[in-house]
Design a protein around this ligand. Structure first.
Ligand code: ZN
Length: 504
């Protein structure tokens, strides 16, 4: 811990340097510990200091965006220099992506170059222009997003998770495991430039001696379990839906790993599911709530809330007209401001998630503001194989198959029977709908075959995707109750969902 009276170092005050890959390790070693130290220092000083740090960073970010992003310069024209956050216009993914080259603050970044970079999947986690990490996301809004992260942002994300682990008393577990030659496993969508795998690859490259391996969520479960058993990770990271399935495999005695710490992220993890994962893996589970637009928004606490990293993120629960939603009530959506990333400012960005802010100080004692994500999630599906065995499929694997094959984001996979799936597409033109369905069904067919499910029927449901009546959100993977007796019994009845896909 820092000695009193010594000012904390800033995470990084100089502009992003053109890091060469060979310098990556030494640069990260140089920034890792000061970053963690600064975060600790600020948080030790209490909630007022945290809020003050957030305010200072907000002012700096807005100044930077106005000076270097033509899009923000235009959007903020006429506003006072010391503008309040609620005076700023709300930004949407589609509006920002439509003017990508004007959005970014480095004039050397061009969409056409990024698209070329993203086409090459061998480059996942590599530095774009030698200095930035880039990832992409999809979403139910129908528009895919591309996010460029600068060095400061990456250092902040790393420091946030490190501090979270130490706060939860897990640092000793985690670092001791790694020092002992322990292994780290990520089970994720590995085939493309998604946030999880791109971040993971970056950290692994910068940490010599770390035995780490990425496993694909597309793999059949038995093969994935065999691979994890052979690798024996002490650190396991994945999405909540995948962890739920792996937890059941461990309970059944097939998954024989003994992790010291499990990280859950990329999707929302409900409090009950969090507790269930800790019981199943017999170790602490770090629950990080983030998005491609802002990797680390909040962390789960024992009281079931998500504590916002208020020193680096501003979260605003709002109504449909963007007026503030009072604490204790579910919002229509959430605006997020990522204070860590300067190269592609995310300011008052409509994230789409409905949240409820905790009106009181959290019973866990953490003074950081707390939220809960509202609404039902996508479902884990359970289909019956030829031999009668239940095969569970996680929603993110299914949506990835369709998005990659058919290039669509607004769709809905519906399971009504144990041996059939229906696909709803948000396409009015019957000919185009039929063409897209053909591509999606063929890819789904190949995926199901690989999972040992060659007999599952895949059909087109011509009705459009149906939004959830409670949340108003589109759930992409849904199990509808079957009227037939005995349908949806067995392990699938434990299926828990995920929040609207935010980050892969
Ligand atoms: Zn709490």
């Amino acid at each position: 811990m820092a000695a009193p009276g010594i000012p904390p170092p800033d995470l990084r005050t100089e502009p992003a340097s053109a890091d060469r890959p060979a310098l990556e390790t030494s640069r990260r070693l140089a920034t890792w510990w000061p970053g963690i130290w600064q975060l600790w220092w600020e948080r030790m000083a209490g909630i007022d200091a945290i809020r003050e740090a957030g305010r200072r960073r907000f002012d700096e970010l807005v100044r930077h965006a106005r000076a270097h992003s033509p899009l923000y310069c235009e959007a903020y024209r006429g506003l006072p220099q010391d503008v309040r956050i609620d005076q700023l216009p709300v930004m949407t993914r589609s509006a920002l992506m439509a003017r990508f080259d004007d959005w970014v603050t480095d004039p050397g970044i061009h969409r056409r170059d990024i698209d070329r970079f993203l086409e090459d999947r061998a480059q996942v986690g590599e530095r774009f222009m030698g200095r930035y990490v880039v990832w992409k996301s999809s979403g139910t809004s129908g528009e895919s997003g591309i996010y460029v992260q600068d060095s400061l942002a990456l250092d902040v994300y790393d420091a946030l998770i490190a501090v979270q682990m130490s706060a939860a008393g897990m640092a000793a577990h985690c670092f001791a495991g790694i020092v002992k030659g322990g292994r780290a496993a990520l089970v994720a969508a590995t085939g493309d430039h998604f946030a999880s795998i791109a971040s993971w690859t970056r950290v692994v490259r910068a940490a010599p001696g770390l035995a780490a391996r990425g496993f694909s969520i597309m793999e059949p479960l038995d093969r994935l379990v065999t691979g994890l058993n052979a690798f024996a990770p002490v650190y396991l990271a994945s999405y909540p839906t995948m962890l739920t399935v792996l937890a059941d495999e461990r309970r059944a005695g097939r998954l024989r790993i003994d992790p010291s710490v499990v990280w859950s992220g990329g999707e929302y993890l409900a409090p009950a599911a969090h507790a269930d994962l800790e019981r199943a893996f017999e170790c602490p589970v770090v629950n990080e709530y983030g998005a491609s637009e802002c990797m680390s928004i909040a962390f789960g606490c024992p009281a079931g809330w998500l504590h916002v990293n208020a020193d680096w993120v501003i979260v605003e629960p709002v109504e449909a007209d963007h007026s503030p939603t009072p604490p204790g009530r579910p919002s229509h959506t959430m605006l997020v401001t990522n204070l860590a990333n300067r190269v592609q400012p995310v300011i008052r960005y409509d994230l789409g998630d409905a949240v409820t802010a905790n009106p009181e100080r959290c019973s866990c004692g953490n003074p950081l503001p707390a939220i809960r994500v509202v609404g039902r999630r996508d479902d884990v599906l359970s289909l019956t194989a030829r031999d009668g065995a239940a095969v569970r499929l996680i929603p993110l694997a299914l949506t990835t198959v369709i998005e990659e094959a058919a290039g669509v984001h607004r769709f809905q996979i519906v399971q009504r029977q144990v041996d059939a799936l229906a696909l709803r597409l948000d396409i009015d033109d019957p000919r185009r709908r039929s063409r897209v369905f053909g591509a999606a069904a063929a890819a789904l067919r190949r995926y199901l075959d690989a999972q040992g499910l060659p007999d599952i029927v895949v059909e087109l449901d011509v009705s459009p995707p149906v939004v959830d009546a409670n949340s108003g959100k589109l759930r992409q993977v849904v199990r509808e109750r079957d009227s037939r007796p005995g349908a949806f019994t067995g392990p699938a009845s434990r299926g828990r969902g995920r929040a609207r896909m935010r980050q892969r």
